[in-house]
Design a protein around this ligand. Structure first.
Ligand SMILES: C[S@@+](CC[C@H](N)C(=O)[O-])C[C@H]1O[C@@H](n2cnc3c(N)ncnc32)[C@H](O)[C@@H]1O
Length: 282
């Protein structure tokens, strides 16, 4: 694993998506401002803890599928988040030791922890970049060293679709790498989706007002964003229903402060983590 940032300035006066998300997973790399944001908004959006964790469990199953069943050996993980257990390269290399992974994130704290916590490994690299700037990522020397666009590649946008509002032309962002790659390449996409439009709009407003670019979408809007690809069975849907595996490795425990929210997604099915695995077909 290599990184390229000798020094970074970590903002502690605004919450960040990477740190809030990682706290829901039981991570320790967060600040008071992140915890306060999550606690203040927990009552309005109690499903967040469950759907964050369902997304991370889906990541394991999706990467395992790609390595074992789809034969993918190179992965680009955009908006990879803070390292935790079962990061993409660890899952991929458990099932395919020759797998290569390029991680990308825009949050400087991710770069710091990627350097400190992820394995130092010639087959893995971290690039600090804005995923909307796909040209810079594709031209980056680390990307060019590890990713061969003549071979099938998996491009992961896991729980980052909501960070790509329509104004940022998400269709272009999602397709930039895969359009250059051959058939049998795969796209993995998830984001927060609403089944209740009013609550979806409220979440969009809340996150944008906190300085986190966000667009909660309906399942139909996400299906439209992903048209042209072949969904891998069982197709696009609530990620907790994508090939569930009760024997997969568990996540770290939920922080005590968030424990009351566990199970909230069963009581109130209005916000879900929606997406799936898609194949580039002929
Ligand atoms: C909710 S976390 C998801 C982490 C990981 N992909 C997962 O599924 O476990 C979203 C991540 O996307 C990153 N992110 C948000 N906007 C981004 C952008 N424009 N470019 C790169 N990364 C971005 C955040 O910093 C954060 O780490």
């Amino acid at each position: 694993m290599t990184t390229d940032e000798p020094f970074v300035d970590i903002p502690t006066d605004v919450p960040t998506s990477a740190r809030i998300y990682a706290w829901n997973l039981g991570g320790k790399d967060n600040f008071e401002i992140d915890r306060q944001f999550a606690l203040r908004n927990g009552p309005a959006f109690p499903e967040t803890v469950d759907i964050t964790r369902q997304n991370r469990l889906f990541l394991y199953r999706a990467v395992r599928y790609l390595a074992v069943e789809a034969g993918i050996r190179q992965f680009v993980d955009l908006g990879c988040g803070l390292p935790t257990e079962n990061n993409v390269h660890q899952v991929a290399q458990r099932f395919a030791p020759d797998a290569r992974v390029v991680y990308v994130d825009v949050d400087p704290i991710v770069a710091v922890h990627a350097r400190a916590l992820l394995a130092d490994d010639d087959s893995t690299a971290f690039v600090t970049a804005d995923m909307r700037d796909q040209e810079a990522i594709i031209e980056h020397p680390k990307f060019r060293r590890l990713i061969d666009l003549d071979e099938p590649v998996a491009v992961l946008f896991l729980s980052v679709g909501h960070h790509l509002p329509d104004a940022d032309d998400p269709r272009r962002v999602l397709r930039a790498v895969i359009d250059r790659a051959p058939v049998n390449s795969h796209l993995v996409f998830t984001q927060v989706a609403y089944l209740n439009a009013e609550r979806g709009a409220a979440m969009t407003e809340l996150m944008n007002s906190a300085g986190i670019p966000w667009q909660t979408r309906s399942p139909a809007e996400i299906d439209a964003l992903l048209d042209g690809f072949e969904p891998v069975a069982p197709g696009l849907g609530d990620v907790k229903e994508w090939r569930p595996d009760p024997d997969q490795p568990p996540l770290a425990p939920v922080p005590a402060e968030l424990a009351d929210y566990v199970g909230a997604s069963e009581r109130r099915k209005e916000l879900i983590e929606y997406g799936g695995v898609l194949r580039k077909a002929d």
